[in-house]
Design a protein around this ligand. Structure first.
Ligand code: PSU
Ligand code: MN
Length: 306
């Protein structure tokens, strides 16, 4: 395999890998498609500094000029944030074409997992994962993130599944594929903007150290695939359940009326929810990413000692 032709790891991340330092991977679709400019760039840079403050090395991942980049410069993050929706949202299926044409791609959870794994990074923090969309029984819109979780050995720390998705079907899919869904200090799967969803996780685990032990056990015995570590949004930033439920229902309706499909779906819904909640959902989204980054550091720090 001629990986060197494609993979470009930053000096800082290379050194961290060589010294077995804890590293936390970060995705870039959240920058280009998940949040508006300039909050996207501010958040991406702050999440990196939070990771450093918490004793790990951040590795933001994207595809730039046909290279799989692990560890971006401030300028590169700014470039992706400014270009926003103009950058290709790159999931698993998009990677080969972007490499061949020397293009740019903002990596989703699925493709960030793939690239992190190539670089031997095992812990990844983000906001939310893709899942089974509402109405998937007709549209078959099921995020490639779920298949990736079934096959690529990277743990994804997120704030649960948001109700733009069918949370119940998303959990069923993960169960079928053998992906552990762990609640950090909670028995209930958080629903991104809120701490509750009405659905249970498989296991409640109360410390980052035990989560690291779980990952180690899984991969030691050769069970392929990742894990979902669901971390509830901090109480003080959680949104009112009725307010967010209403906003999401209206956004889903508007997406249907406008025939929004495929890879446009998640970015469209996120942006609508933000408008309907007058920006409150964006504030919640930013805070939960910071919170997930901190937990990911705890897991990564223990994992490197095992
Ligand atoms: N959920 C969010 N913000 C995001 C995404 C999901 O709250 O930015 C992005 C992630 O990159 C995720 C992708 O991997 O959307 C899922 O898109 P799709 O459903 O098209 O696979
Ligand atoms: Mn989709």
């Amino acid at each position: 395999m001629n990986l060197n032709k494609y993979l470009e790891i930053s000096q800082e991340v290379k050194e961290a890998l060589a010294k077995n330092k804890p590293i936390v991977a970060l995705e870039s679709t959240i920058i280009s498609h998940g949040m508006p400019y300039p909050q996207n760039v501010e958040t991406a840079l702050k999440v990196e500094s939070i990771i450093r403050e918490n004793g790990a090395i951040p590795a933001t991942i994207a595809i730039l000029k046909g290279k799989l980049k692990v560890g971006l410069s401030t300028e590169e993050i700014d470039y992706l944030g400014k270009k926003g929706l103009e950058v290709t949202k790159a999931s698993r299926r998009d990677i080969p074409a972007i490499l061949a044409t020397k293009g740019d791609g903002a990596t989703t959870v699925a493709s960030t997992m793939i690239i992190a794994n190539l670089a031997d990074i095992k812990v990844f923090a983000t906001g939310g994962i893709g899942g089974v969309h509402r109405g998937a029984e007709h549209t078959m819109d099921i995020s490639a993130d779920l298949e990736e979780l079934a096959m690529t050995d990277v743990a994804v720390v997120c704030a649960g599944a948001k109700s733009i998705l069918d949370i119940g079907l998303t959990l069923e899919f993960l169960e079928t594929k053998g992906v552990p869904v762990i609640g950090y200090q909670t028995k209930e799967l958080p629903a991104f903007y809120t701490r509750k969803s009405g659905f249970s996780v498989d296991y409640k685990i109360d410390t980052p150290e035990e989560i690291a032990e779980l990952l180690k056990a899984k991969w030691d015995i050769g069970l392929k695939g990742g894990a979902v570590i669901a971390n509830p949004i901090p109480e003080e930033f959680a949104m009112d359940f009725d307010l967010i439920t209403n906003a999401i229902n209206n956004a889903v309706k508007e997406a249907e009326e406008n025939g929004i499909k495929g890879k446009q779906s998640t970015p469209f819904l996120l942006s609508k929810v933000k408008d309907i909640t007058e920006g409150k959902s964006l504030i919640a989204n930013i805070e939960l990413v910071y919170n997930n980054a901190k937990l990911a550091c705890g897991i990564a720090k223990k994992y490197v000692t095992l």
